[in-house]
Design a protein around this ligand. Structure first.
Ligand code: ADP
Ligand code: MG
Length: 324
């Protein structure tokens, strides 16, 4: 892209203090980093495309937060501590009015989580953001989707359903006058990756995943990989009063909570013999965690409301089309 070098220098270089383990950052053909011997490196890539994952007209600071938070959330789901980041940016033309607020928010969040931008690529084309994040986790302690057993309890962090309600507001002005619409719209973009929770779950959780497609759908990945079923009590789902007022009823809010994608909360399982230690470790974190059910024999996800079986047909989450 013409002006690429100026852009990189102006917006991406020297925005962060060097981590001790970064030997060489932006400016050469590759970055160089050093990993401690007793750690494994967790690596994940995600792309956000304008028009698919966010509207072109969306607040650039919110888009930056969403792009980085959703990537850091993958590290949190593995129990990894964020370390390094590469960023491939494609944009139609060098748009400084967009880039300035984007980068301010991007580096604010990166600094909050101690993750350093070490390289990337800048190209011309339809607006799209690809991030590769890398984190460190003590060898053998990464949280995987496999490893859960029958009888383990199923937990989620935070409150569920906000991201989907926020998407309603983003996509259709008609929802803007409903109670809490603006708060929910913000929450759609401004999720908080659960890094400290992921770190605390090392050695305690038998499996974990972050909620990007809705807890019902993401939990199914754990069930498949761990070869178990699950029984979930929808009356235990963590649902805010704001969501209930927005959607109009508790049962509707529960359905939102089950299918809401892009929440970036964690869903994880804890064996019964680790529950006491888990509760004492998570108490001090200031992150709400809620038990919503347990793992069962078989391979099905069964829903009930306080013991009463439910036959809800939950559809999958399709990014900017929302739930169908
Ligand atoms: P190359 O031709 O080797 O791909 P580039 O000209 O694309 O190099 O990039 C020059 C330097 O700037 C490299 O160190 C690269 O990692 C960095 N860089 C380019 N674009 C970005 C970006 N969007 N974010 C962070 N670093 C970038
Ligand atoms: Mg390049």
């Amino acid at each position: 892209m013409s002006g690429e070098f100026n852009l990189i220098e102006k917006y991406f270089e020297n925005r962060q203090a060097n981590r001790d383990d970064v030997v060489l950052s932006l400016g050469d053909d590759c970055a160089l980093v050093k990993a401690p011997n007793d750690m494994e490196i967790a690596i994940s890539t995600d792309t956000l495309v304008a028009g698919t994952h966010f509207l072109k007209s969306a607040n650039p600071a919110w888009v930056a937060h969403k792009a980085l938070a959703s990537n850091i959330s993958d590290l949190a789901a593995m129990g990894a501590t964020p370390a390094w980041l590469s960023f491939a940016l494609t944009m139609p033309e060098p748009n400084e009015e967009w880039l300035a607020p984007f980068c301010d928010a991007f580096f604010e969040l990166a600094n909050q989580y101690g993750i350093q931008l070490i390289g990337g690529d800048t190209t011309k084309g339809p607006l799209s953001l690809t991030l590769t994040v890398q984190g460190l986790v003590p060898s053998g302690l990464a949280l995987k989707r496999s490893g859960a057993s029958v009888g383990d309890t199923v937990w989620v962090s935070g409150y569920l359903g906000h991201a989907h309600a926020g998407l309603d507001v983003v996509l259709d002005d008609q929802h803007a006058s409903k109670p809490n619409a603006q708060t929910l719209e913000r929450l759609h973009y401004l999720s908080e990756p659960r890094v400290s929770l992921g770190e605390a779950l090392r050695g305690l959780a038998s499996s974990a995943i972050d909620i990007s497609d809705g807890v019902a759908s993401d939990l199914r990945h754990i069930l498949k990989r761990s070869k178990v079923g699950a029984s979930i009590d929808v009356s235990k789902l963590p649902i805010s009063d704001e969501l209930i007022s927005f959607v109009g009823s508790e049962s509707k809010a529960q359905q939102y909570a089950l299918v809401s994608g892009e929440e970036y909360e964690l869903c994880f399982t804890v064996p019964n013999d680790k529950l006491a230690l888990f509760e004492s470790k998570t108490e001090s974190l200031n992150v709400p965690v809620t038990c919503i059910g347990e793992l069962t024999d078989g391979d099905q996800l069964e829903l009930h409301n306080n013991g009463q079986a439910l036959e809800w047909r939950l559809s999958g989450y399709d990014h900017f089309k929302g739930n169908q």
